[in-house]
Write a protein that binds this ligand. Structure first.
Ligand SMILES: Cc1cc2nc3c(=O)[nH]c(=O)nc-3n(C[C@H](O)[C@H](O)[C@H](O)COP(=O)(O)OP(=O)(O)OC[C@H]3O[C@@H](n4cnc5c(N)ncnc54)[C@H](O)[C@@H]3O)c2cc1C
Length: 464
């Protein structure tokens, strides 16, 4: 039987995952797909137009189309989908696996994640506040974030140090009476460009001389309008400004906040970022699968475009293109399984116990997405690298996935080192198998022989 071509999202759930998806989640998944395909993707074009032109306009814009989408999403129950039910009561009550299936669709659109209040970095920040915040911190910051009234940023990376190793972080946090005083600079502060970004979660060193280098850091909640904060400039990603949220380069000069603005307690910064980066990493990977699917959609549209036939034939009639379609399908489906597996591992334990699965997803998924995007861009020729398709911007965003939340090499190091820890068990197993084989040979009256043994002795000096 020929495969059905127009399945709904819930009908496309991989067979291996289907038993773990509730009927309510399957129904919501179909709603998410419809909302993204029919509402958000067309609204993306309006969103970009409504941003304006100059940097001043773009970083103060709040496109009305987004608020309309948020209202629609709330009405449909597509709100705060990301907060997993086994850890948080504030969310929509889905598992990470179920959200993983939904986030794929959100990843296809510029506006969809924010429309459903599932956009980074707010998602990770809300998790931090829900997990570690005091009641007062939750009421002040978590409630408006959950309602989509404000936005937030997470400030860890610094321009002067290699920040993939968070023990290098330098921003100074000093206690002075009833206040914390912050001095230093941060960059790649995603979300800080949006005027609705009202709070920064800032990681710095509150105890730089602690002999335990993982106890030197703290995370402090800093209202964005605190005196002493300067957003010097916004950083571009391959030339794209990512307005209005953008990526800020920010300095802190004697920035003072009350003592109760610390998250958890002094010295717990490292634990907080470890907890924060787990599920957040998977969110990126989940959305990246959707980016790859969208790239494949564009790829198929182009290679079957009747108006564009190089050398008199549709591109899809050239074998190499169909081969690339197949390669993309293989890589995307593999990427999806890897992401869903990581999501299930988090569901069954937590982000710490799922480190291996998260690392695999973080390494493999961006590659699958970038490869598919690259093939689609190639099929479009010049149109693929310019503003006439979304592919170039998608490529720029996706390329950063090997850097954000820790570079690919760091995950490879961790994964490789942990895998290598098995070496003793492997050596013992292989040795035991060799000994057993010798015993069996003896039992059957045989000797270990090498069938390719020649034992040929040189007959003298070569005559050649
Ligand atoms: C689009 C975007 C958004 C971001 N958003 C945020 C944000 O919201 N908040 C925030 O705090 N930061 C954010 N970042 C920063 C990001 O997390 C850092 O760039 C990342 O952690 C790497 O740190 P670094 O830039 O200091 O590079 P470095 O630490 O200097 O590393 C440079 C390179 O060294 C190599 N490397 C590092 N470690 C190893 C290793 N163990 N083995 C081999 N090679 C290695 C890698 O190739 C790496 O890319 C964002 C970055 C981008 C691009």
């Amino acid at each position: 039987m020929a495969p059905a071509l127009n399945l709904t999202a819930s009908q496309r759930i991989p067979a291996i995952a289907r038993p773990f998806v509730s009927d309510r989640a399957a129904k919501t998944l179909d709603l998410v797909e419809k909302f993204v395909e029919e509402e958000c993707l067309p609204a993306d074009t309006v969103f970009f137009q409504q941003l304006g032109q100059t940097a001043g306009e773009r970083f103060s814009a709040h496109p009305p189309v987004l608020e309309d989408l948020k209202a629609k999403a709330k009405k449909l129950g597509l709100w705060n989908l990301f907060l997993p039910r086994n850890h948080f009561k504030e969310g929509a009550g889905f598992s990470n696996l179920e959200y993983g299936l939904m986030a794929e669709y959100l990843g296809k659109s510029q506006t969809a994640s924010e429309a459903c209040n599932c956009a980074a970095p707010d998602t990770g920040n809300m998790e931090v506040l829900a997990k570690y915040g005091t009641e007062a911190q939750k009421r002040k910051w978590l409630d408006p974030l959950l309602e989509g009234k404000i936005r937030s940023a997470f400030l860890m990376t610094e321009p002067e140090v290699a920040s993939s190793d968070a023990t290098n972080i330098q921003l100074n946090i000093r206690r002075d009476g009833n206040e914390w005083v912050l001095n230093g600079s941060k960059w790649w502060s995603s979300g800080a460009g949006d005027p609705r970004c009202k709070v920064y979660l800032v990681m710095g060193k509150s105890d730089p001389n602690n002999s335990n280098k993982y106890k030197q850091q703290s995370v402090i909640l800093v209202p964005a309008d605190t005196p002493g904060i300067t957003i010097n400039r916004m950083l571009s990603v391959f030339g794209y400004d990512d307005a209005p949220h953008g990526h800020g380069h920010i300095t802190f000069k004697n920035v003072r906040v009350p003592l109760d603005h610390i998250v958890l307690q002094p010295g717990s910064g490292f634990d907080i970022i470890q907890g924060r980066l787990g599920p957040g990493r998977i969110h990126h990977a989940m959305r990246a699968v959707g980016v790859a699917e969208k790239a494949l959609d564009y790829f198929l549209a182009r290679i079957n475009d009747e108006r564009k036939k190089p050398f008199g034939a549709l591109l899809s009639s050239h074998g190499v293109m169909i081969q690339r379609v197949a390669e993309s399908r293989v890589e995307i489906d593999a990427a999806r399984l890897v992401v869903l597996n990581a999501a299930m591992a988090i569901d069954n334990g937590d982000a710490k116990s799922a480190l291996k699965e998260i690392a695999i997803a973080k390494i493999l998924v961006p590659d699958a997405t970038l490869h598919t995007l690259d093939r689609a861009i190639q099929a479009y020729g010049g149109a693929g690298v310019c503003q006439d398709t979304p592919l170039a911007k998608m490529y720029a965003n996706s390329r950063t996935l090997h850097i954000v939340d820790g570079p690919k090499e760091v995950h490879q190091q961790q994964l490789g080192k942990n895998e290598n820890k098995r070496f003793k068990i492997v050596q013992q197993k292989l040795e035991a198998q060799r000994v057993k084989a010798d015993q069996l040979l003896r039992k059957y009256g045989l000797e270990r022989v090498d069938p390719l043994y020649l034992g040929r002795v040189s007959a003298g000096t070569s005559k050649l």
